[in-house]
Design a protein. Structure first.
Length: 174
């Protein structure tokens, strides 16, 4: 029992702490979860003490949840950009070609990153701009369905991308 508590406090596993596991001493998911728990606690403390009406608290919480959904979509794009960067860094033939034309691999990585990240960042900007206009009247008004549609469209795009990637992987396995 003491070992479990100590392992949790040290962000590791009881097996690693007692020498029964070769795994690394910490789990990145645990570290991420702990960081997120701190952010969520701060948000909940603030929203419950500052925003007085429950419907407004719920509205803000819904917006936060949708922003997390958009951030999740962006995470897929970020991972793809980093994987492509790693592939570029390891490709000796590409390195030689780049040197021949005096192109820095960093310039290629910048383009890859920007191309991959542009759309999910624009989705986030559009969503945040929509929040600004939910109480507008007239032509600038934004409906909640429109906001949620931004998130749904982004999630559908990343699902299609993952489905396509999965089909390529299964073709290569054959």
């Amino acid at each position: 029992m003491i070992i479990n508590g100590l392992a949790e406090a040290l962000l590791t596993t009881p097996e690693w702490l007692t020498g029964l596991s070769e795994d690394k001493e910490y789990d990145s998911r645990t570290l991420c979860a702990r960081d997120m728990e701190e952010h969520i606690k701060k948000y909940l403390d603030t929203v419950s003490s500052v925003v007085k009406r429950e419907p407004h608290q719920q509205l803000l919480t819904t917006f936060l949840g949708k922003m997390i959904d958009l951030y999740t979509v962006m995470t897929y794009h970020f991972a793809d950009a980093m994987a492509e960067g790693d592939r570029i860094a390891e490709d000796e033939g590409l390195k030689q070609s780049l040197r021949r034309y005096a192109i820095e691999s960093g310039a290629i990585m910048e383009r890859v990153y920007r191309k991959e990240m542009e759309l999910p960042i624009e989705d986030m900007k559009q969503f945040l701009d929509g929040i600004l206009h939910i109480y507008d009247e007239g032509r600038t008004a934004v409906k909640m369905g429109d906001l949620f549609g931004i998130v749904t469209a982004a999630e559908e795009r990343v699902a299609e991308k993952e489905k396509f990637r999965g089909s390529l992987t299964s073709e290569n396995d054959d």
